[in-house]
Design a binder for this molecule. Sequence first.
Ligand code: ADE
Ligand code: ZN
Length: 330
Amino acid sequence: MQDFLRNLPKVELHLHIEGSLEPELMFALAQRNGIELPYATVQEAKDAYHFNDLQGFLNLYFQGMNVLRREEDFYDLAMDYFKRAREEGVVHIDMHFDPQAHLQRGVPLETVMSGLLKAKQEAEATLDLSIGMIMAFLRDRPADEALHVLEQAAPYWKMLDAIGLDSAEQNNPPVKFVEVFKRAKQLGLVCVAHAGEEGPAEYIKEALDELGVQRIDHGVRCIESDEVVERLRSEQIVLTVCPLSNVSLKVVEDLRDHPLPQLLREGLKVTISSDDPAYFGGGMLANHTACAEAFSWDESVFRQLTKNAIDEAFTTPERREELLARLVSL
Ligand code: ADE
Ligand code: ZN
């Protein structure tokens, strides 16, 4: 099974590139930029990665990315993850990034974009990896600020595949961002949003109805509403489920209690991603292996999950065909 899971041409639809910052690279970038870290050693940083909830994680996530200052830092961040993911058999990544988290610290948008785009270009040319770009907005910040950043990103609109919505979900309902998503639609951008991670099933419905999203990130709390499950099934909306993330952030107690098997039985279009692999105990391979053990899934389940992700990936028709062919010939 381990060999099969490594060789599976895995497609990751939900990855925050800032959440792929391993403590080793954090220390190297801190030294390069003359920044003092709140940890004495790499091990001390790793030991701090125990969370009670999403906010507890977000505090360390925003603190960690403080070492990202220059274009080459963003390039190194992304290349470091792309190489690691490729070694685990990942062939496509739709990458979220959080411009507001960098603008707030005085890091210009061009610095973020040029570093990430350079890494994307190099990965696509040399690593047999395709990359989608999702510019995400922080839902605990004002909607006006998000709208301003979207306008500021005009030079990059054509390089974006979608906009997303992330950060603290509770009390920050999708409807707060109606204007931002309306504008993104006008620009021809696809829309996705985190919903039903810590927030209620109602937020999933709201993200579909009010924001017109094509994909729901997480969405596991749909299980609390028969109506929402039925909606997701009938429209075959893709859910980007992140099993180890849900365990780390205590969305579920234990992976064996995770609703994933039930979501599949309900006929939902489920996929598996790592979310923030540096913080939640591993990347795509670790997430797949953990599911194989917790749910005793056979190869056919993983083939279906991978097929779902290939169908939905932000890539060209040619690349999608190629990835499907690889899956079928495995
Ligand atoms: N930003 C990074 N990871 C996130 C998550 N799991 N939920 C919401 N916002 C995030
Ligand atoms: Zn996420």
